[in-house]
Design a protein around this ligand. Sequence first.
Ligand SMILES: NC(=O)c1ccc[n+]([C@@H]2O[C@H](COP(=O)([O-])OP(=O)(O)OC[C@H]3O[C@@H](n4cnc5c(N)ncnc54)[C@H](O)[C@@H]3O)[C@@H](O)[C@H]2O)c1
Length: 356
Amino acid sequence: MVERIPSPPIKDVSGGNVIELGREKNMDDKTNLHENGSTNGNIVKIGIIGVGGWGKNHSRVLHDFGVLTSICDMDKTKAKDMGTRYNVNYYGSMDDMINSESLDACLVCTPTKTHYPVSKKLMEKGINVFVEKPLSYLSKECEEMIQIAKKNKVSLTCGYIERFNPAVQDVKKILSEKIYGELLMIEFHRENRMPLHIKDVGIIYDTAVHDIDTAIYLFGTDPQVVFARAGKIFHSFEDFSNIMLGFGKDRVAVISSNWITPKKVRNFSAVCTDAIINGDFIRQEITIEDSLSTTTPRRVNLVEPLSLELRNFLEVIEGKRDRTEVTPEEATNVTKIAEAALLSSNTGAPIYLNLG
Ligand SMILES: NC(=O)c1ccc[n+]([C@@H]2O[C@H](COP(=O)([O-])OP(=O)(O)OC[C@H]3O[C@@H](n4cnc5c(N)ncnc54)[C@H](O)[C@@H]3O)[C@@H](O)[C@H]2O)c1
């Protein structure tokens, strides 16, 4: 049964209950945005499919931008709650939503194994798509998604949000300027005891993919070899993993992830020839240790990474940018590496890749 409310004018009904990703956010930051939130004065219409734990945050940011026009969740209570909160149309089925709304774009915030069929349907309707990470479970599906996007002339991107984290941006800048010499290795730790709510994939596809993407971004090239060990203790799929990515010239990234240990840790260390640069994804800051001192550069006016990520997508839809920060080809390579990591952990062998 369709649950739909008549199109109301969009107004601020958000209230509180904001879930924060980062240490600091700037809810009022609408730099370059017109009253309706779009950057060129046209009202862009965006829908969201899936308003569970993470889709709720996307809803809040798109509402703040003034571009959220509809919400869909197969759990009708969630659809109704969020639709009512943001005063937008809500649906229990994506078919009803895309047939009733004229959407410019849609966010897919459903579980990993639904990303392919949901995104395919949207793109075939000519709707631009932002898919939460990973782009899809199988790289074959990712490659098909790229073809479907091209055929239907729509934009396709994926939610590798750490690219927009100030800690990552700062380290990227320092590395590109070679201030502390050559980058030799990066070590990532992403650990937190997790409830059993993620039912379709394990930690490699759900969590380690963030660090796989960040490693590639910081090295500026794809790895040539993957070696991994993974196992499970509480969950139905792997819930701890260690992945080593081998880049050219014997450079490596070591990615340690687990859903077991009780403390929330999300950090990385970039070891360079003249310093170690430590990044904290949660505090969104870096410290630099060289032979003389330890320094913590401070940023002012931090903007929430989710807001930067969605603005980047919005600007592509509006024709203000040629491409999204995260291309579907890059997101496909992350899925290929996740596949290789799982294969390596199952077989005990290194997997050599030619990601091209
Ligand atoms: N970028 C990040 O930091 C980050 C963080 C958390 C989750 N995620 C990603 O977001 C996505 C969702 O994760 P979550 O934790 O919000 O999951 P969740 O289970 O809390 O929410 C998913 C929602 O999708 C709905 N749903 C499922 N299939 C649907 C369909 N076909 N049509 C309509 N609704 C449907 C479910 O009812 C549920 O409400 C995943 O891809 C996950 O990897 C990203």
